[in-house]
Design a protein around this ligand. Structure first.
Ligand code: SF4
Length: 327
């Protein structure tokens, strides 16, 4: 395996992309072979260092509207198709959004995003108008880079978000094209791809990733990474399923932390220049959480939404400095 890892590293360093077959070969590394795993992770870290340097990007979100969603994404607490304990509330007030953004800015976050439940936005929506007002205010009152996550959007909404000061649109693919119908049937994979392309057309950068541990195969994870590479997204949030009581996935078995680590490292081989971002569920990595940032991860969703895991902006910054990152 060492020869394969060296061969692929040399290829990547020459600026060439690895192929899906080569990624498949990397997936054959046994998570119980400590030597191969160590080598894979250390080369993933070298690739990160060469193509991304030592800067670590920290982003934050607020759940700006929660629950009552018409869609049936099987992992989600906010879908109205399932009975969960998720909070239900309408769009956050402008003042509250600014207060939250200023708070995370003072703590050192680089980005701030509003995330709303629901299928998406289109021209004429009252919610779009209110969001535009909030983003305009955030742009005026704060210095954080503004991101937005509002589901499936039409061109008009994305252009308006851009005009209001949003720089990046977040919209996950969630999983592979093949596996997607097992996860959601109220909208399609192509709906998601179309939104990503429209956001790029509107001049927004795109942050798009997915969730591991939904029952997908290793092949599905690789397929998602290649789809993201093809779409040219600049940031890839990597979520690990936290099964939510009341959702159809409530009884899913957790992934082996070493399998998560291996997949992170292989994503770095496939996506050498992207921000590979810790997002929800990184607690599933257990003692390997710190190892992940030396195996390809170079960004994270951080802040109060993670308080149940004991992770805060402060503790994240300490961990990053310990590992030689600039923040
Ligand atoms: S569209 Fe978003 S909020 Fe609605 S069910 Fe899917 S993931 Fe949850």
């Amino acid at each position: 395996m060492k020869n394969l890892i060296i061969k692929l590293k040399n290829k990547i360093f020459l600026g060439k992309g690895i192929t899906p077959d080569e990624a498949q070969d990397l997936m054959k590394i046994s998570i119980d072979n400590n030597e191969d795993m160590e080598y894979l992770c250390s080369v993933a870290d070298e690739i990160r260092e060469k193509f991304c340097g030592d800067f670590f990007d920290l982003c934050t979100i607020i759940n700006a509207k929660s629950g009552k969603c018409s869609e049936n994404c099987k992992y989600c607490a906010q879908s109205s198709h399932f009975k969960t304990n998720a909070q239900v509330y309408g769009l956050v007030a402008k003042e509250k959004a600014v207060e939250e953004a200023l708070k995370v800015q003072s703590e050192g976050a680089h980005r701030f995003s509003l995330v709303t439940s629901g299928r998406g936005l289109e021209k004429g929506d009252k919610e779009l108008e209110k969001l535009i007002e909030i983003y305009q205010e955030l742009k005026k009152e704060t210095e954080v880079s503004l991101c937005a996550s509002h589901g499936i959007c039409d061109e008009y909404s994305l252009e308006e978000l851009k005009k209001a000061g949003v720089t990046t649109y977040h919209h996950n693919l969630e999983t592979s094209r093949n596996f997607y119908p097992n996860i959601c049937t109220t909208h399609t994979y192509d709906d998601r791809v179309a939104t990503i392309k429209k956001a790029q057309k509107a001049g927004l950068k795109v942050c798009s990733g997915g969730i591991w541990g939904l029952g997908e195969s290793l092949q599905d994870r690789i397929d998602m990474a290649f789809e993201l590479r093809k779409l040219g997204v600049f940031s890839v949030p990597l979520n690990i399923l936290m099964p939510i009581p009341g959702t159809p996935l409530e009884n899913m078995n957790p992934l082996d932390p070493k399998e998560i680590l291996k997949t992170i490292a292989i994503y770095r081989f496939i996506l050498p220049k992207a921000y590979l971002r810790y997002a929800g569920g990184r607690v599933n990595l257990k003692e390997f959480q710190e190892k992940g940032i030396k195996s390809g991860i170079n960004s994270a969703l951080t802040g109060n939404f993670l308080t149940t895991t004991g992770t805060t902006i402060k503790s994240d910054k300490e961990m990053l400095r310990r590992n030689g990152y600039e923040i």
